[in-house]
Ligand binder design. Structure first.
Ligand SMILES: [Zn+2]
Length: 137
């Protein structure tokens, strides 16, 4: 458990030595996957040799938007709902992934550098639950 709470979904990420998403990478064609997959989906790949891999570190914002209303269940959030920036980020390690930003809209712009972090997503029954997010650097 990180200082930001239990993982909202176990097995998707770790915060033990910095924020890392837990996925796989095809050792034949080098395609990264998150979450983990059991076979390579690259149609040009001749073999599907998958190995565990983790992804994190720096990336750049590919696109972003503002969630001005609460997503429907099963999404969970603290009440009252606070709008947040949601970004599509190209990680330097090869993944394009969606996540909330810990920063406000004034920090979001296409091409802006960010880093993967683990942060609290919501609280339930006195327990904090965490997920991955992006922070402007
Ligand atoms: Zn492959």
């Amino acid at each position: 458990m990180s200082e930001h709470g239990k993982a909202c979904v176990p097995g998707l990420f770790t915060d033990d030595n910095g924020a890392r998403l837990l996925g796989t990478r095809c050792s034949t064609c080098n395609t990264p996957y998150f979450p983990k997959v059991t076979r390579c989906h690259n149609p040009r790949c001749s073999e599907s040799r998958l190995v565990d891999a983790s992804f994190g570190g720096r990336g750049t914002i590919w696109s972003y938007s503002v969630a001005d209303f609460a997503p429907p269940p099963p999404h969970k959030h603290d009440k009252p709902f606070k709008p947040y920036v949601i970004a599509v980020v190209d990680l330097d390690e090869g993944l394009r992934i969606v996540g909330q930003m810990v920063d406000g809209l004034d920090q979001a712009s296409v091409g802006a550098p960010v880093t993967l972090v683990i942060d609290t997503l919501y609280h339930e029954d006195g327990q904090a639950y965490s997920t991955w997010k992006f922070k402007r650097i």
